[in-house]
Design a protein around this ligand. Structure first.
Ligand SMILES: Nc1ncnc2c1ncn2[C@@H]1O[C@H](COP(=O)(O)OP(=O)(O)OP(=O)(O)O)[C@@H](O)[C@H]1O
Ligand SMILES: [Mg+2]
Length: 250
């Protein structure tokens, strides 16, 4: 395996007496899609928050592109190419779809937007609108669109920043089967299709989607890493099966 783009070692996070993450190791390859799965409350979102700088870990290290980023503020991580979506949809509901993408792009440009750069930004926005098949919604207010479209807008906002590492927290949540299938195709196409897309770390409850699109998967349960490896190995791991059976019984 090539040198990972992101490497977390022994990351621990405690909230008072609760151990949300316990010495978790995680690696994200520089290309392709890495899955991070586990039952409710396993610590997946907390791990995202540690990686993006919203949550300071109690212990452990995170290296990104060879740099120890423990002291980097979230903005610096974003400038270095990290982009994320949130489990609860985050976008500007009063803005059009196009303006949602444009504002995400503008926020990613250091020092503000001038002249020729603005034209390049418009091009980026239009390219991503068409890649995600959002053109017919471009002038609609985001707040009046169904969840399936909003999830695409959110992905579009993240892609507009031209990320090197894209972190998606349950991007298919709220989608029906047809929308999930379309989302899966677009995700594969935008990320691994031409080999130029960003590395993706995908948190997802839809285990079938994860097994289909990921090259590597890390499984958390109660804040601990219980398995890591390619989908074919992870899906028959007894600890993983037990964790998911426990969830469906609950
Ligand atoms: N800010 C916080 N303060 C206290 N406890 C927290 C906080 N954030 C998360 N937790 C707890 O840490 C544990 C891990 O939560 P986290 O949200 O990371 O899980 P998750 O794997 O993303 O779950 P889900 O699948 O439900 O989204 C849970 O027990 C949760 O209640
Ligand atoms: Mg979560």
């Amino acid at each position: 395996m090539p040198e990972p783009l992101l490497r977390a070692n022994a990351v621990t996070v405690t909230f008072g007496g609760l151990i949300a993450l316990s010495e978790v190791d995680l690696e994200v390859a520089p290309t392709g899609i890495t899955g991070l799965i586990g039952p409710n409350g396993a610590g997946k979102t907390t791990m995202f928050n540690v990686i993006t700088g919203l949550q300071r870990p109690t212990g452990g290290t995170v290296h990104y592109d060879g740099h120890d980023i423990r002291r980097w503020a979230p903005q610096r991580r974003a400038r270095a190419g990290m982009s994320r979506t949130f489990q609860r949809l985050e976008m500007f509901v009063g803005m059009s779809v196009r303006d949602n993408l444009r504002s995400a792009w503008e926020a990613s440009v250091p020092g503000g937007v001038f002249g020729r750069q603005a034209a390049a930004g418009r091009e980026t926005v239009e390219e991503i609108l068409s890649r995600l098949q959002l053109h017919s919604f471009a002038d609609r207010r985001a707040g009046e669109l169904p969840t399936g479209i909003c999830r695409m807008v959110e992905l579009g906002r993240a892609l507009c920043t031209r990320p090197r590492l894209l972190l998606l927290d349950e991007p298919s949540s709220g989608l029906d089967a047809g929308e999930t299938a379309r989302f899966q195709d677009l995700l594969v196409e935008t990320t691994s299709g031409d080999g130029l897309g960003p590395a993706v770390l995908l948190v997802e409850h839809d285990v079938r989607l994860v097994m289909d699109v990921c090259q590597q998967i890390t499984v958390l349960d109660f804040g601990r890493r219980i398995a890591a490896g390619p989908p074919a190995e992870v899906r028959k791991d007894p600890a993983v099966i037990a964790a998911y059976l426990g969830e469906s019984a609950a």
